[in-house]
Design a protein around this ligand. Structure first.
Ligand code: 13P
Ligand code: SF4
Length: 304
């Protein structure tokens, strides 16, 4: 505990000297969430990255998130304390694979979940996150076929909510996709009074069992406001930290112990401190790619 406190203090001091802002995703370790200036879902984090007047953004999350920050704020230094923190789902579609698919499909609009590389965003028409995907897809012209990349589970949920047919890329989040109907049945048997709330990255048959489906921030807001006292949580375990802080009298049960994203757990206080000391590893995006990827992100940010 001592070292956590002293490292946290050292981070705060260095952060001021560097005029840095620390942004953390809701799946980060509790001690990382606690030193962050802002903790949120993917959309909120990209909005913060676009707005901040800090010189340096320390991104406690995964690579595509830091890349989005670099796209939105090219004049800032963007640090990703753990360079190896990637998103396996984002890696399930490459720019060249997408180009090939677009050539096969002809006149198609590509909707890219933000969990994609800058190069893939550059090949897409508009981005979305789990909190605005339904809204984004609802704005798209009816006469154009849609290709949704890379998350087939999120795509399926959006398609159901909007009534819009879409061709799905066959990607998925290894963490959320592991949660099964059997896991949820067991959890419901154990906690019959609890509401089941889930992230749309879960499999469609799991999502169909949920009382409420939303992005991480959406799930937290729902749990805080809902009259229910107990919740079975169908998303990554990092979310429990803010749930317990924001609703200390309610009960939260993870739907399965498998719900851990190893990449999100790579960021540690040591790494954040080291990163602020060294001003490394920096995430940059090639200017040509950046300009095209920015259009896709800006089209999304204009809608929400
Ligand atoms: P949200 O924070 O947008 O719900 O995203 C979930 C996720 O898996 C991020 O990698
Ligand atoms: Fe990627 Fe899933 Fe981890 Fe989010 S939780 S970073 S989608 S692997």
């Amino acid at each position: 505990a001592d070292s956590v406190a002293s490292m946290s203090q050292a981070i705060q001091k260095l952060k001021k000297e560097r005029n840095a802002v620390i942004l953390a995703h809701l799946y980060q370790r509790p001690e990382i969430q606690d030193i962050a200036d802002f903790v949120g879902d993917s959309l909120q984090l990209s909005q913060m990255a676009a707005q901040t007047d800090a010189d340096v953004i320390v991104f406690c999350g995964v690579h595509f998130m830091a890349e989005s920050a670099a796209i939105l704020s090219p004049q800032k230094i963007v640090l990703l304390p753990e360079e190896e923190a990637g998103c396996p789902m984002a890696d399930m579609v490459t720019a060249s694979e997408l180009q090939r698919r677009k050539a096969e499909m002809g006149d198609v609009l590509v909707v890219a979940y933000v969990n994609t590389s800058a190069a893939v965003k550059a090949e897409s028409d508009i981005c979305c996150t789990s909190s605005n995907a339904v809204k984004v897809v609802a704005t798209l012209p009816q006469d154009k076929p849609l290709l949704f990349i890379p998350d087939r589970n999120l795509g399926d949920w959006v398609s159901q909510k909007t009534g819009r047919e879409m061709t799905m890329w066959q990607g998925y989040c290894n963490t959320h996709d592991r949660l099964t109907v059997e896991d949820v049945i067991k959890a419901k048997e154990k906690y019959p009074e609890a509401s089941f709330i889930a992230h749309p990255e879960c499999q469609p048959d799991v999502v169909a069992m949920a009382d409420f489906v939303a992005s991480t921030t959406g799930l937290i807001n729902y749990a805080v406001q809902s009259e229910a006292q107990s919740f079975i949580i169908g998303t990554e375990e990092g979310i429990l930290h803010q749930l317990r802080k924001k609703a200390p009298n309610k009960n939260f049960y993870l739907a399965s112990p498998k719900l851990i994203c190893p990449n999100m757990k790579l960021t540690s206080l040591e790494k954040v401190l080291w990163s602020l000391e060294e001003m490394e590893p920096r995430i940059t995006v090639d200017p040509d790619v950046r300009e095209k990827a920015l259009s896709s992100l800006e089209r999304m940010l204009a809608i929400v």
